[in-house]
Design a protein. Structure first.
Length: 211
């Protein structure tokens, strides 16, 4: 796996596919990291069994890889006509983990669903952005910035305007800079306070709505 990390040939993909099914957990993790890095939709079905892993390290690596797989099949998995419950369990997708895994892992699941354009994933991100836990709000805002979804700009400005934790407000400002193209961003001084910058963004957004 270490020798093919930069290789995207068919042969390398077969090696990665075998790694995802390997008996050693650390090899399965390397397979997930390869899938995440190269975003190969063909590897997505082989990630599904790893979502049910007892090894937290493997499971989290698989969840992250699913989000970058560019294959929506990992959201709900495959329907199983055989009614074999054990087989169906191995073919379940990200959504099946909601409400089952711990809070931090569930956020990773939601983030991966949102990266794949799933509406429930994005709705859950919005809900969690109002969490009473500042660290959760911070993590959600970072994810929103990574998504680069223009539809989230207004929401980020609204929550940034009322945010009281300085580091979370800075995360909002960074997310806005990620989403809005540089040529369209409002002008502001680098010496402005975070509060002042939020005011500039708010005024800019209001002007965009009236144009």
């Amino acid at each position: 796996m270490l020798t093919i990390t930069q290789d995207t040939s068919v042969e390398a993909r077969v090696v990665a596919q075998n790694a995802l099914m390997h008996t050693w957990a650390d090899v399965r993790v390397l397979g997930c990291q390869y899938a995440q890095k190269h975003r190969l939709p063909q590897l997505a079905p082989f990630l599904l069994p790893l979502l049910q892993e007892s090894s937290t390290t493997v499971q989290q690596a698989a969840i992250l890889a699913c989000g970058y797989s560019q294959n929506p099949v990992v959201i709900d998995g495959f329907s199983d006509a055989s009614n074999d419950s054990s087989n169906s369990y191995q073919r379940s997708g990200l959504r099946s983990l909601l409400g089952i895994v711990n809070r931090q892992t569930e956020l990773q699941v939601i983030a991966s669903m949102a990266r794949l354009g799933d509406e429930q994933g994005r709705a859950e991100l919005h809900k969690l952005s109002y969490s009473t836990d500042a660290k959760t709000r911070y993590d959600v805002i970072v994810i929103m910035g990574e998504l680069k979804d223009q539809n989230m700009v207004g929401h980020l400005i609204r929550i940034g305007w009322t945010e009281r934790e300085p580091y979370v407000r800075v995360a909002v400002l960074n997310a806005l800079k990620q989403i809005v193209p540089g040529s369209q961003q409002p002008k502001m001084n680098v010496t402005d306070t975070a509060e002042k910058k939020m005011q500039v963004w708010s005024d800019w957004f209001d002007n965009q709505q009236t144009d």
